[in-house]
Design a protein around this ligand. Sequence first.
Ligand code: SF4
Length: 424
Amino acid sequence: MKAALTTLGCKVNHYETEAMRELFAQDGWELVDFSDTADVYVVNTCTVTQTSDTKSRQMIARAHRSNPDALVVAVGCYAQTAPETVAALEGVGLVVGTDGRKEIVSRVKEALLAKSGEAYVSPIQEMRTFEPLSAVRDSRTRATLKIQDGCVNFCSYCIIPYARGPLRSRPLDEISGEVALLAAEGYREIVLTGIHLASYGRDFTEKSATLLDAIARASEPDGIKRIRLGSLEPLFVTGATAKALSENPKICRQFHLSLQSGSDTVLKRMNRRYTAEEYLQAVGLLRQYMPDCAVTTDVIAGFPGETEQEHRETLAFCERAAFARMHVFPFSLRKGTKAETLGGQLPRAVKEARAKELLSLGKRLTAQSLRAQIGSVVEVLAESDGAGYSGNYIRVRTDAPEGDIVRIRLEGFDGEMAFGARLD
Ligand code: SF4
């Protein structure tokens, strides 16, 4: 039997698709390209914007067109939030939400057996426990391990709390087990990821644990040389956490703190739980304890009601924070979120013009931050294509064998690719 999988949306979705792919492979399925003819198509949907819903529906339709006899399976966030709508789409034979993907293969087999023309909507789970999908091997040196799911922050523009449900964390012993396995397979770098990583452990009732405990477990095997962290909430960074992170030499000096806006009034309307000043303090603490660290961020341009003055505040804030990289998104209204009820929706042209301005500032700041690295010595984990990443996420050319960690003094850049002299 042939299965084809595709993903829309965020890194976590991509992670989960890879994990499902692995489950099909373990069960002896032949995995083919999504554009090929398959017996089963799995579309891991996204609902973060209206466009994501549309794209999810388009992928489902595409799968059905490729083979009208195939079973089309819709999983993920859009399937979770609108199961009936998704089940009614032509070709859909099985709907699974954001839980229960660990059993995807047996559900597909059940649905194939029961195939009667009507979509089988698998009971959308209550999402009470962490779904232990195995780590995703990104390359032969780096693997991503999801250790947390769910979010209860309810930022006013975000559908994720509705799509992903409450906080669930992967137990510490499971993290240890997965990481030991990856170390034995020769992996050197682990990326710890989650929907709201900083909330790790808040759902544990019997034993308390925090993200720092999870990091400590992931750092234990000798073979694991690096731990990279997914997006963090600014308020996670206190003097104590910044100090603890700096004391772990395996932690990559790259931290992604989502900003979204540099204006307090916009942050408030977004229901973010920090002020611009608090955010800046977090960045300051990271740099105080780890002066070589790179801080990256996300920014939304043109949130409802955003005035020109508030936009200017964000530009000035980003300049002060001196981000190493900025991901910029023009605001996109998501049905069912609080932002839908806010007045002052801005015309698309305004949102795009503001996004463009932020993007060009981001490019300038990236170039500035790379230039500042010339002369510094970085440790690069070599990959198979003649380059690798430093801990602070600079792509550096190296001819070292894949998996080796080499010290390189940076001498310059070709675009965003650094080059330099190897020291050992
Ligand atoms: S913290 Fe806010 S933006 Fe992030 S997933 Fe939760 S609700 Fe969405």
